[in-house]
Design a protein around this ligand. Structure first.
Ligand code: SF4
Length: 322
């Protein structure tokens, strides 16, 4: 009971621990039949202890195949909610309930419902970086990996609402060459803060480096980039490219995986206006919180049945598209 009260107060469990965290997490994972899923933006030590590491689309797909009693999601809240929606009978744990997302926060349920009502006959495509409530208002979800293909799954004369990321929305609009897409005005505090001037300065100092960027970045950055792609696509690109050096314009956690998969290549973190190229929400998950979450099986993601039922279909449609 005491720990439930700590979760209600802090959003996570806090107490002194005097154990080897890596060993104890491994033991608890086994004894409790649990799986850890981690996003590429997690701290390196969290990625290294996970059973699966991936981007949003890959993790959503993996979540449908996991058979353990417990899934611990090392990522942010909307991702853990997506996992719960796909596995309603599994206990889904998020080590810190405060691990939110500035992009998901930029799209509130009542505001979005009103917005949709102004565009009758439009299909609603939402990026997976939204709350479960927003997903209940969607025809289909997408990730940055399949956003273009999801939009192209509708006939070219179907009007579309795309939310919540304005940069990804404008990238999709341009790539699909559609002028019938209305884009919600939301943004991620990490990707919208990268500095074009500083990136160009860095490129001058490293003329042999390729600039690779996530489509959540503003258009001027995408224009100067050699490659644009989702987190998983950026990692794949670094493996295939003949270049030995990359300026990486996305959350810096991804560099851990790039380094693991590319010996002899180097990766430079792109500078941002605020000096913060990492997502403070993602970095709330620590080994200590992972350990305490497994030990107490808290905090747990709980969603109303009707939300799970309505949000499931757009997520399943998303997973079915490459
Ligand atoms: S990097 Fe941006 S979009 Fe991704 S979880 Fe953090 S705030 Fe949300």
């Amino acid at each position: 009971m005491i720990n439930k009260r700590i979760v209600e107060k802090l959003g996570y469990i806090d107490e002194e621990v005097d154990v080897n965290l890596v060993e104890s997490i491994r033991e608890l994972k086994k004894s409790k039949n649990a799986t850890i899923l981690a996003h590429y933006y997690q701290n390196p030590e969290v990625q290294d202890i996970a059973d699966f590491v991936g981007d949003s689309l890959a993790l959503a797909r993996i979540a449908t195949t996991v058979k353990t009693n417990i899934i611990v999601f090392a990522g942010v809240k909307f991702m853990a909610e997506t996992t719960k929606i796909l596995n309603p009978s599994t206990k889904v744990l998020l080590p810190d309930l405060n691990a939110g997302c500035s992009l998901a926060d930029s799209c509130k349920y009542d505001d979005f419902k009103l917005f949709i009502s102004k565009y009758p006959n439009h299909k609603v495509v939402t990026y997976v970086n939204t709350t479960a409530d927003i997903k209940t208002l969607s025809d289909i979800c997408c990730t940055s990996s399949n956003a273009v293909n999801v939009v192209n799954s509708f006939s070219s004369d179907t009007p579309i609402i795309f939310a919540p990321d304005k940069n990804l929305g404008s990238y999709v609009k341009e790539t699909t060459k559609r002028d019938n897409i209305v884009v919600w005005n939301g943004a991620c505090h990490v990707h919208s803060q990268f500095s074009l001037d500083k990136i160009l300065e860095l490129k001058k100092l490293n003329p042999d480096a390729e600039i690779i960027a996530h489509p959540e970045c503003p258009k001027p950055i995408l224009i100067v980039s050699n490659f644009i792609g989702s987190t998983a696509q950026l990692i794949e690109y670094t493996k295939k490219s003949l270049s030995k050096k990359f300026i990486v314009v996305t959350e810096l956690g991804v560099i851990h995986q790039m380094e693991k998969e590319n010996s002899g290549k180097s990766f430079i973190v792109a500078p941002s206006e605020c000096g913060c190229s990492d997502c403070s929400f993602m970095k709330m998950i620590t080994l200590k919180k992972l350990y305490l979450t497994l030990k107490y099986e808290l905090p747990e993601i709980v969603l109303p049945d009707d939300v799970i039922e309505k949000a499931r279909l757009p997520i399943e449609k998303m997973i079915s598209i490459k």
